[in-house]
Design a protein around this ligand. Structure first.
Ligand SMILES: Cc1ncc(COP(=O)(O)O)c(C=O)c1O
Length: 332
């Protein structure tokens, strides 16, 4: 049945092992971000390889992995205070860790956890340059940490400093420069929190492009990359990111319009274009949107007939997976 988002099991396994090996070599934990696959079967492979848990972006994703029995799920996104009770209800016996950037959000989680009679594990979310809501200064991070430590229903685990603003930098030298700046911001926060006696068991950071840089930073305890497992075209175009393409959207030719043009059943509801067009695997041809359920492929398509199945390489797997629910194993 097409269109469908599939993962090549062998390539996936190679990527999983390679990232796990990077973490092991440098003595840091690996917590793969699971927003790009949303699949318990992929997480199971990552955990078997040695991952300590998974990261998720939404409560719906948290539910997938908590229901699958993953014992350490980190919700990496700052929730609005009104969702605190939902997070606590999902987390149950401490399997879900949340992030907090202000004393106010800490208070909301504390009240929800208190009401449910549970202790909720928490990280302080620090802005290391991405500017999307983490505590912007050491003083702001300290205020959040103090509020967590003061609440008996919260357990301070440490700090998250995700460097999303660096992942798309194609030049490895410019990326490394940016990373040094991000780690300086993280260090300044760690100095202040350590000075105040806060628990810093977890210092988690990095995406696929910065994992090798973060792995050698002496104060980082955990890497949280995600895209490396399935990969996509956007990441493949970035220098120094050596993972293989495992994810494909399978699509079927439905009509042949001429020697250089066919219609397939993967349109905008099957593959995303927010980071550019997907690539047609193995053919010198171009896919463009021809509708919600239709794609147009032009170029070297003269041999194609209705019923033939092609592989499209997503430009961005994170946004393609939401169109499919989750990635599934490739047939055969
Ligand atoms: C907070 C956080 N951590 C880790 C990741 C994984 O990064 P990447 O997919 O670039 O490896 C993401 C991805 O968006 C993220 O938002």
């Amino acid at each position: 049945m097409t269109p469908v988002l599939v993962a090549d099991g062998e390539v996936l396994e190679g990527n999983i092992v390679a990232m796990q090996e990077l973490a092991r070599e440098h003595g840091v934990a690996l917590r793969p971000h699971a927003k790009g696959h949303r699949a318990a079967w992929v997480a199971a492979r990552q955990l078997t390889a040695g991952a300590v848990g998974v990261g998720v972006a939404t409560l719906a994703e948290a539910a997938i992995f908590l229901e699958a029995g993953v014992g350490d799920v980190l919700l990496t996104t700052i929730l609005p205070p009104g969702r605190a009770a939902d997070a606590v209800a999902l987390g149950g016996a401490g399997a879900l860790t949340v992030v907090v950037h202000t004393p106010e959000l800490a208070a909301a989680f504390a009240a929800a956890a208190d009401g449910a009679g549970v202790v909720l594990p928490v990280l302080v979310d620090v802005d290391v340059g991405q500017h999307r809501g983490g505590a912007p200064t050491p003083a702001a991070a300290l205020a959040a940490a103090d509020a967590i430590a003061a609440a008996p229903s919260l357990r301070m685990r440490g700090v998250q400093g995700y460097d999303g603003h660096l992942q798309g930098i194609a030049d490895p030298v410019a990326r490394a420069d940016g990373h040094a700046g991000a780690m300086a911001r993280l260090d300044a926060v760690l100095d202040v929190l350590a000075g105040a006696g806060h628990a810093l068991d977890v210092v988690t950071t990095a995406g696929t492009a910065t994992a090798p840089l973060a792995a050698v930073h002496p104060r980082v305890t955990e890497l949280q990359p995600g895209s490396y497992a399935l990969m996509d075209r956007a990441y493949a175009q970035i220098g120094g990111v050596a993972f293989a393409q495992a994810a494909f959207v399978l699509t079927t030719v439905t009509a042949v319009l001429g020697p250089g043009e066919v219609i397939v059943d993967a349109g905008s509801r099957a593959i995303s274009s927010d980071l550019g067009l997907p690539q047609v695997d193995g053919l010198d041809a171009t896919w463009t949107v021809a509708g919600d359920e239709h794609g147009r492929i032009t170029g070297e398509v003269g041999r194609l007939r209705p019923g033939d199945v092609l592989r499209l390489i997503p430009s961005h797997t994170d946004t393609t997976v939401v169109l499919h629910g989750a990635v599934v194993p490739a047939p055969g």
